[in-house]
Design a protein around this ligand. Structure first.
Ligand SMILES: Nc1ncnc2c1ncn2[C@@H]1O[C@H](COP(=O)(O)OP(=O)(O)OP(=O)(O)O)[C@@H](O)[C@H]1O
Ligand SMILES: [Mg+2]
Length: 224
């Protein structure tokens, strides 16, 4: 079931991007979209990855989806999104593991680019290409913001001084909410479910709700 929105008028287009594969773009996209939908927001998930993982995720579920998922791995995304978003309160874009025209188009379509990184300085340095692309786009899309989110944290200590040091060279902040390494993310995905449906009381579900609150707080200025 797609929930009706509460009509507060906050509207945001968030893309989840990093050219590095396997950092959690699809996991965070799907779970963010589900968190929004379960909070009563009309949400669309756009799968902008030619691998079509988000569409696969939706296809593997038994029941109706909480939100629609459309495949749009096209470099015209920024032109297509306004039409697609007309009936939505929020749009989440699951990006490709490439720095290409598709990623550029997703960035141009967005208010916010969330860059998931694993808690290692190497992973953070590897994000430099996508950061550069966002910075370039900010020249034209002046409201555009970029943030890092650390995914797959094994222990709290994993967000070390090294990670903070590696992030220091980038113009984007790190979200306070970090997502831990939890098997429930993979288990729920296998069933085509979000962690909020699969294990609503799990720490993973709690982290997703906290992540959404932090993002909404950041974007509160974006209204239609
Ligand atoms: N916080 C987490 N805890 C446990 N497993 C995770 C977590 N985040 C992602 N994973 C797992 O890591 C793998 C890669 O995640 P995901 O597919 O979301 O990455 P991606 O960035 O979309 O990859 P690609 O670049 O191929 O699109 C998946 O098997 C997923 O279940
Ligand atoms: Mg993916």
């Amino acid at each position: 079931m797609v929930h009706d929105g509460s009509g507060e008028g906050i509207f945001m287009i968030v893309s989840v991007l990093n050219q590095k594969g396997g950092v959690g773009k699809t996991t965070l996209s799907v779970n963010l979209a589900a968190t929004l939908a379960l909070a009563g927001r009309r949400t669309l998930l756009i799968d902008a990855d030619p691998q079509a993982s988000a569409l696969d995720w939706q296809a593997s579920r038994d029941g109706e989806s909480l939100f629609p998922v459309v495949g749009m791995a096209r470099a015209t995304l920024h032109k297509d999104v306004p039409g697609l978003a007309a009936q939505q309160e929020h749009v989440i874009i699951d990006g490709p593991p490439r720095v290409n025209e598709l990623a550029r188009s997703a960035i141009m379509a967005s208010h916010l680019v969330v860059i998931p990184v694993q808690p290692s300085p190497y992973d953070i340095w590897a994000a430099s290409d996508i950061v550069k692309l966002v910075v370039e786009a900010q020249v034209y899309n002046t409201g555009l913001r970029g943030v890092f989110v650390i995914n797959r944290v094994v222990a709290k200590t994993a967000i070390s001084r090294d990670v903070a040091e590696a992030l220091k060279d980038y113009p984007f902040p790190l979200l306070q909410t970090a997502i831990a390494q939890r098997v429930v993310f993979a288990e729920s995905a296998a069933a085509g479910l979000s962690v909020l449906e699969y294990a609503p009381r799990s720490p993973a579900a709690g982290e997703m709700r906290t992540l959404l609150r932090e993002i909404e707080g950041l974007m509160a200025c974006v209204t239609r």
